[in-house]
Design a protein around this ligand. Structure first.
Ligand SMILES: Nc1nc2c(c(=O)[nH]1)N[C@H]1C(S)=C(S)[C@@H](COP(=O)(O)OP(=O)(O)OC[C@H]3O[C@@H](n4cnc5c(=O)[nH]c(N)nc54)[C@H](O)[C@@H]3O)O[C@H]1N2
Ligand SMILES: Nc1nc2c(c(=O)[nH]1)N[C@H]1C(S)=C(S)[C@@H](COP(=O)(O)OP(=O)(O)OC[C@H]3O[C@@H](n4cnc5c(=O)[nH]c(N)nc54)[C@H](O)[C@@H]3O)O[C@H]1N2
Ligand SMILES: [Mo]
Length: 776
């Protein structure tokens, strides 16, 4: 570990903290199963409590009314679920409100705060306490002599970044991380800066999130994205929701599910846990329903698959459809298969050769249950299959998403209304980040066009992703880390290893809105660069600027902040990128300052450089923005064969052996990734507790573990190394045998850096091999 950043006489800084992301609990840990509908009054109460805490009762609600309006407000920074297209002006959710309020808090963390608290002292604070200090107000630099952050001017901060980058032996000694909040314009400039410097080291949060989806869809359909939009959701006969906790993480999906139920659509949830969205809801914006406590069912079938067992379930559905087709030719869309696909015969042979017993064992479901899902699918004219992290953060995430496409292709559920694959993205602009160039494996075509339009010579060699960046920082190969948003130290796997990697850097730069752990786990030199939030007015030379974002369904629209900035010293993200770029590239021909005066100019360049952005400035100002063209939607497949490709992957073995359990790490209801709002997880019945593990009762009994009793968790990595979390409380829960679940980011301690998927390079965060025993 790097000793340079700790003074000899300073108290030893804790290597990592493992039990205290959340606030000080307000009472005893509690588990009481939740029987109320999702959203509704529980949500309303929770919002009010939060507005009170952030002292935002006046401005908060006013701002919220401006959220997600047709190009007149700002885009909800909460999640990537699209805005309602029917001109519904109030489509919001509890967690979106929480998230906006979090950004708009009146609390501030200024220079006095940093003068009063050393970095070593702050390292002992919980993640909740750090963010709870409020918004950052001015640039700060780490002063090793005093172990405090001290103020620095923007000019000097940029010069420090620029000088350090210029002095590197090789531009690949720097890595530029993006968290999915960054707007498209800043994104474009950021990747341009990295490539002009000469590196494709552009890791992003997507490397931990939907990388598998992108790679699978690309291989199968020749596009990295889903093909459906909200209108399709509104006309599907069957919706399959796999591995999503929608009520917490994409709450606006509840509206779509309730509508689907009303029109008689089938809704199948596939999840080891019966999450709140798989029960019933009170539609959040329907005030009549709210007042009358009128609930709507949001599920017609729940299948509690084993962790990692989705591929087996999907293959079982395909097998059943193929068996059915022997007697009923309508079971398959043969014309579609013949005209548009490749590899059907091999896939059919594979399904036929896989015995039902194996599909049952691997999915954890009975044949009868698999057939139920197959029947829903076989009887629906139009099906959408939707998924999130429960499918992607696995060794075989790519194979599973490709299996989704296989199943869809069998019945021609592609390229027509109400049908297709629909990944639920995470961060509000994570999809736009990729579209606008954040990709460590850019295509040659993308680079050639960038070279031509921007007159630069981008490097052609692929760069480092998230896991590779951590390794390279650890070994000293990467010396500069820039974090464009996010909280890398907490979000990444293998917490102590990641800490050591960041601390080995020459310089770490964090562009942030709030104080977080990544500011305290830093390189020899470190900068905190505070930026405007999405809710805030961005004044530049040519007036107030807007930025664009792309949602889960490829709709691009403008987002305009309306609040006074949290401090007069904040800069916008595009301006921060331009400042760093100018300092690092003094001879650059790119007009960095000119771009910042008017973001229309950035958009004009993007229109020439990016596929699908033609006439960007005009189209983005249309009332609902525009949809990036989706070739697969038009049945144009940019694959080697020019057709949609069936895959034929071997069935993975996901059944835990030797008394181990498969542990999935996930979010609570009251958290946004590494941001923790409270220690409660309302829909799962949890109060005042985050250091827990959900277990099946029989698994607990077998191990002599009491309900809410303390347990020690040991994970075993692929390389045999072990990691520990001790003193967690075991919650007896309705979860299949052999499975366990608990919260990120605390459980990142258990995820070995080397345990990433060989298909997607994604850290395996949903299938951690653990043993659990009563605490010693
Ligand atoms: N309020 C709020 N909204 C968010 C976020 C947030 O933290 N808070 N995060 C955002 C981000 S970046 C993302 S990527 C998304 C994440 O959205 P989700 O994917 O919903 O996130 P997780 O909390 O990881 O939940 C994973 C779900 O998959 C299930 N699961 C686990 N293993 C398996 C499996 O093997 N098979 C199946 N079928 N299911 C499984 C879990 O029980 C859980 O319901 O949400 C986004 N929206
Ligand atoms: N074990 C485990 N680990 C996981 C996951 C898991 O399921 N299990 N999920 C993974 C996933 S899906 C993701 S996406 C990553 C998330 O990884 P990140 O995106 O890196 O983390 P976040 O918690 O979303 O980042 C929160 C920070 O972003 C900053 N921020 C907020 N708004 C803005 C803004 O407008 N501009 C800027 N510049 N900064 C802002 C704030 O300072 C805040 O502290 O975590 C991954 N880690
Ligand atoms: Mo994510």
């Amino acid at each position: 570990m790097n000793a340079d950043n700790s003074r000899e006489d300073a108290p030893e800084r804790e290597e990592f903290r493992e039990t205290d992301a959340g606030p000080v609990p307000e009472g005893e840990p509690e588990f009481r199963p939740y029987h109320h509908p999702a959203a509704g009054w529980g949500a309303a109460k929770s919002v009010t409590r939060l507005l009170l805490r952030e002292r935002e009762l006046v401005d908060g609600p006013r701002a919220i009314m401006r959220m997600n309006h047709e190009n007149k407000g700002f885009d909800c920074p909460g999640c990537a679920w699209p805005d309602d297209t029917k001109g519904l002006h109030l489509d919001l959710c509890e967690n979106g409100v929480k998230h906006v309020t979090w950004e708009m808090t009146r609390k501030r963390v200024g220079r006095e705060f940093f003068a009063a608290h050393s970095v070593t002292e702050l390292s002992g604070w919980s993640d909740f306490a750090l963010e709870d200090q409020g918004r950052l107000t001015e640039p700060m630099v780490y002063d090793a002599d005093s172990d405090h952050y001290v103020p620095i001017s923007w000019k000097d901060a940029f010069e420090l970044v620029g000088r350090t980058l210029r002095e590197l032996d090789d531009p690949n000694q720097a890595s530029f991380y993006t968290s999915g909040r960054l707007g498209n314009e800043a994104t474009f400039l950021y990747q341009l800066m990295a490539r002009e410097l000469g590196t494709n080291n552009l890791p992003d949060c997507s490397n931990m999130c939907h990388e598998a989806s992108g790679r699978a869809l690309q291989a199968s359909l020749g596009t990295g994205k889903g093909t459906v939009d909200l209108k399709d959701w509104e006309s599907a006969d069957a919706l399959f929701i796999l591995g999503v906790n929608a009520a917490s993480n994409a709450p606006r999906m509840l509206t779509a599910l309730a509508e689907a139920y009303h029109r008689g659509a089938q809704i199948v949830h596939v999840n080891p846990l019966v999450e709140a969205a798989a029960t019933r809801t009170i539609v959040p914006h329907d005030f009549v329903d709210m007042a009358l406590f009128k609930t709507t069912k949001t599920s017609t079938l729940n299948l509690q698959v084993r962790i990692g067992g989705d591929l087996a379930l999907l293959r079982g559905m395909a097998k059943a459809i193929l068996e059915e087709s022997a007697t009923d030719p309508r079971a398959l869309d043969r014309e579609f298969i013949e005209r548009h696909t490749e590899g059907f015969d091999a896939y059919r042979a594979l399904c036929e050769a896989t015995p039902w017993e194996e599909l049952e064992r691997q999915s954890g479901l009975s044949r009868a249950d698999i057939l139920k899902a197959a029947r829903v699918y076989g009887e629906a004219d139009r099906s959408i299959i939707s998924w999130c992290l429960g499918l992607t953060q696995h060794e075989h995430g790519v194979d599973t998403v490709r299996e989704i496409v296989n199943v869809l292709l069998l019945r021609g559920n592609l390229g027509r209304e109400g049908a297709g694959p629909s990944p639920v993205r995470g961060h509000s602009n994570v999809q736009g980040n990729r579209t606008c160039g954040i990709d460590h494996r850019p295509s040659d075509a993308f680079l050639s066009r960038l070279a031509e339009v921007c007159e630069i010579e981008p490097p052609r060699a692929h760069g480092l992703d998230t896991v590779a960046t951590i390794k390279a920082m650890h070994s000293g190969d990467v010396k500069v880390f820039v974090g464009m948003g996010g909280n890398f130290a907490m979000a990444a796997p293998d917490t102590p290893y990641t800490y050591a990697a960041l601390r080995a850097c020459e310089l770490t730069v964090q562009v942030s809105t709030k104080l977080n752990r990544s500011h305290l786990v830093h390189g020899r030199r470190a900068l905190i660069l505070p930026c405007l939030g999405r809710t805030e007015k961005d004044h530049q030379r040519k007036g107030v600027q807007s930025t664009s974002v792309e949602d889960s369904m490829s709709m691009v629209h403008l987002s305009v902040g309306m609040k006074k900035p949290a401090s007069p010293h904040l800069l916008s993200e595009p301006a921060i990128v331009a400042g760093m770029a100018r300092a690092a590239l003094p001879d650059s021909g790119t007009p960095w300052e000119w771009y910042i005066e008017d973001y229309d100019r950035i958009r004009d360049t993007m229109a020439s450089a990016l596929d699908g952005f033609e006439d960007f400035n005009r189209r983005v100002r249309l009332p609902l923005g525009f949809r990036i063209k989706q070739p697969a939607r038009e049945l144009v497949f940019l694959t080697p064969s020019g057709r949609a490709e069936f895959s034929a992957a071997a069935l993975p073995d996901v059944v835990p052996t030797d008394g181990t359990l498969a542990l999935g790490t996930m979010r609570s209801h009251d958290q946004w990734n590494t941001t923790i709002y409270s220690d409660n997880d309302r829909y799962r019945g949890i109060k005042n507790l985050r250091t827990l593990v959900f277990m099946n009762r029989s698994d607990m009994r077998e191990r002599g573990i009491d309900a809410m009793g303390p347990v020690d968790i040991t994970s075993t990595a692929k390389d045999g190394s072990e990691r520990f979390l001790n003193g967690y409380l075991a919650v007896p829960y309705d979860i299949p045998r052999g499975c366990a679940a608990g919260y990120m980011p605390e459980m990142n301690v258990l995820c070995a850096l080397g345990d990433f998927s060989t298909q997607s390079d994604q850290p395996i965060m949903k299938h951690v091999r653990v043993t659990i025993s009563p605490s010693a």
